[in-house]
Structure formats: C-alpha cells, structure tokens
Write a protein that binds this ligand. Sequence first.
Ligand SMILES: [Zn+2]
Ligand SMILES: [Zn+2]
Length: 350
Amino acid sequence: MKRTTLLLLLPFLCSPASAGQWYRGNTHAHTEICGHADSTPDSVAKWYLDHGYNFLILSEHNHFIDPATVNLPEQRRKDFILIPGEEVTGKKHLHSTAMNIDGLVPWDSAHEEKWQIIQDHVDAIRGGSGQPILNHPNYTYAVTTEDILPVKGLHMMELYNGHNDVHNFGDGEHPSTEEMWDTLLSAGMLVYAVASDDMHILKEIAPDKSNPGRGWVVVRSDRLTPESITKAMAHGQFYASSGLFLSKCGVVDGNYVVEVDEESTQAELASSVTVRALFVPEGKDGYSIEFIGQEGKVLARFEGTSASFPIDGSQPYVRVKVTHTRTYPESGHQQFFAWGQPVFSDGRDQ
Ligand SMILES: [Zn+2]
Ligand SMILES: [Zn+2]
C-alpha cells in the first residue's frame, strides 16, 4: 500500500493572536503486546512517523509501554514524539486513555456503578500525573451521559474512534457521541472532544480492519513535548478530525473563525485508503460549516471553506463542525468531519 505522506510539518497559525504551532497526533493505538493487535510497538510508532504525525500514544490495555524502549530509525525527523500512556481497561467495557503518565496506572475498581468505575480510572490517571480521555462511549453502547456527568476531573472524551466496532454515529435507539457531547456541554460539563484511531491492524489495510489514519487531533502548542501537548489538549487547544485539516480554528477578535486547509484535506482523502467515511444517502458535495450551541442547536450554517461566527455571550458554549461531502461512486455520499472545541461564555473553563 502506497500512501502519500502528508506532512503537517508546516505549522499554520490558528490566528494572529495565537502563539504556537499545530501538531498532529493520535492518542489511541495498540500493539501485539495486548494479544489482539498485529504489530510491534516499533512498527506502530514508525507508521505514524512515516505518515507525518507529530505525536503518538501507544495506549496498550493495562500495560505501560515506556517510550524509551521503543526503537525508531536514528536518521529520522525530530518533530515526532511518543507520549507515555496506557488504555486503562476496566470492567463493563469502561476504558480510558491515560495520557502522559509516569508509569502503570491501576484499572481495578471495587465499584459496580459505571460512573464510579470511570471516576476511579480518572482518579488513578490523575494520580499518575496524567490526563484522562474517556474512550469510545458507544462501544457496545456501554456508556451513557448519565454515567459521565457525575464524574469529576474528566475533561476529554472520544467523539470519534476509528475502530470498526465503535458506533460513533449511534443508531435508532442510541444517540451519537456528538449528541452525547452536546448533552454534557449543555449540562455544564467542561469536556473537549478527541478523535483517535484505536488502531490494532497494520499488516492488512482494509475497510473492515481497525487500521491507523482514521481519526486524529491537531493540537496548538508552544512546544512539542509530552507535557506541553497534554496541557494544550486539557485546555481545549485542538481540533478533532476524521479526514479534514483546518488552517484556522479559533477565536479572533470575538469571532470563532474557521478555515479549511483544502489542499491538505484533498491530499489526505485522495491518497489514503484508511480514512473512514460516514455514508449518507443524500447530501450536497462540498464543504459546510456549522456553529453549534446549547442543546446542539445549529446557530448558523455556511457553505464553503471558511466562516466566522460572533461569540457574543448569548450561548454558554459555541462549537464548530466542518463537514466535507463527496459523491461515493457506487451509491450515495461520503462524509468526513472536523470538530472544533467549544468556546465557553459562562466561565466554566476559568
Ligand atoms: Zn478501548
Ligand atoms: Zn483501544
């Protein structure tokens, strides 16, 4: 499989007022250590190095992979790091990525209530100096918003998980993770949304395999270090993507400003066989940008590759969703997304 390397080495400033560069990364990847993935930590890390990423978490189930033990080519670009992590994997399908921990985090919980198990994971991760990301709530539809809302100290969740068994978009009986996110935000929770691969399979690239390259984050940070990337994400300085790149995403002079990096997006969608689309029966080809507020209400919708929206304090939060729709040759349409983080007007992030 030949895949054009897309480099995000060229940092693009989110806004003139924003310091830092953009760094692309994946927070969720598995290795043969777990027994149900097919590649070594070295091979998995090298895939992300070779495909233009700037950081990766080898988030193994209840196993800490020390980045110092991972071998990468000596002659390699230097703007690629491993952030130490683990997928804290508890009972009842409750999993959380432990981001930037200093060693193995325990996963046991004496509790049976889901929110308490999640809370135990969050506390253990924070006790290990890390930041928690609640993973794939719609895997087996294990987690509801009622299970998340009581949890303290949780500020990131997976909105998009690239694993084939995860129902990011819900079904007739279960809400999508995006609807869940709006429920949590509308209830006053401070929670940012992550897209990740949850990759397991590297040796066979196919639509039904859990391959890399399906979901990622692009983080604005002063520096490329585990600490600075983790801190930036914990403060919502990133966007999540299932195929799109943005050249602007942030508040400038009181407006939420968004612009698609169309060249990088088209290159990614044209070159990659790993990105995974949402298939929809109807749609208009092109880009649309929606600004979304309390209860998930669409406040404004624009066609095209750039838009802005005033942050005037009338909404507790405003987030942005960018959709790219293209005709699928066989039937219907494919959609890919980028999700900008909420901007809060009620001070919950202060
Ligand atoms: Zn998991
Ligand atoms: Zn996983």
